[in-house]
Design a protein around this ligand. Structure first.
Ligand SMILES: C[S@@+](CC[C@H](N)C(=O)[O-])C[C@H]1O[C@@H](n2cnc3c(N)ncnc32)[C@H](O)[C@@H]1O
Length: 258
């Protein structure tokens, strides 16, 4: 007995994986996060599938339905936004399902962090600039563990992607400045990446809070910060990877003498 936990992708219904779509179209029962998953995608389920919206349900209600239907021999798919591994709250479901001897298979999805990078044509790891991406959130009502405070993470001066932080921009600016980030550090905010009403705001650290307010962005937004987000980076050719360097040899290509 198992349930399928499927990543729906960031919004565009075409951004689910082939495997995820096959499961969605075969499942007898579908539970989905209706606040973030596109209804257009869910309409691809088979016509007689039982479809439940979970935004208004609490954890035990959701798990009870899944247990009941799996035990009745139904194929159950739990559809989560983006990739289920990022802020998907899947572990608490898995733990309760395990108590009922129900296993799971997770099908990954396109996380909003990568859909957001794609929306602005950004590479988040630029050779010689940064080779690290930190996925995190600013501390608000949900606490962040002591060793993961934003100013400590920011001390690496790499690219930082902030989920669930659209209302916490004042704090973000303060924390990054405390870590020595310059006021003109580029920041890109992508709201509802890949949805028809997607909004992109390019700003700088010092202007982030005001630009969020001006654009009325308070939720459903990805904040990408760091010099990899420099909107003019396309005009610079000093950041080249070793991988495609003519003089750099590797298993698939012999070096060319300059
Ligand atoms: C509960 S988390 C889920 C993240 C999801 N598992 C993922 O991988 O994208 C919700 C947060 O993800 C981000 N998010 C989700 N979908 C988004 C989208 N289409 N565009 C921008 N940010 C999005 C926002 O920061 C939002 O507050």
């Amino acid at each position: 007995m198992k349930i399928y936990i499927v990543g729906a992708g960031p919004g565009d219904p075409d951004l689910i994986t082939v495997k995820g779509l096959n499961i969605l179209q075969t499942a007898d029962v579908i539970l989905y996060t209706d606040s973030l998953v596109n209804d257009e995608l869910i309409r691809k389920a088979k016509p007689d599938a039982e479809v439940l919206k979970t935004a208004g349900m609490h954890l035990e209600e959701i798990v009870d339905v899944m247990v009941d239907r799996v035990k009745a021999g139904k194929m159950v798919a739990r559809i989560h936004t983006g990739d289920p591994a990022m802020y998907g709250a899947i572990m608490e479901q898995i733990v309760l399902l395990k108590k009922e001897n129900i296993g799971n298979e997770v099908i990954p999805g396109v996380s909003s962090v990568f859909a957001s990078a794609a929306a602005i044509g950004a590479e988040l790891t630029i050779p010689d600039l940064t080779q690290t991406l930190i996925l995190t959130r600013a501390e608000g009502r949900t606490p962040v563990p002591e060793f993961e405070k934003l100013r400590d993470l920011a001390s690496h001066h790499c690219t930082i992607a902030l989920f669930l932080s659209a209302t916490l921009t004042k704090k973000i600016v303060k924390e990054l400045q405390a870590a020595g980030w310059q006021d003109d550090t580029p920041v890109a905010v992508i709201q509802r990446a890949t949805w028809p009403d997607q909004k992109i705001v390019r700003t700088t650290l010092v202007n982030l809070d005001e630009d969020m307010r001006k654009n009325g962005i308070r939720k459903h937004a990805m904040i990408l910060a760091g010099w990899a987000l420099d909107p003019n980076i396309h005009d610079k050719d000093e950041y080249r990877s070793k991988l495609y360097d003519a003089s750099f040899t590797h298993g698939f290509r012999k070096g060319v003498k300059p």
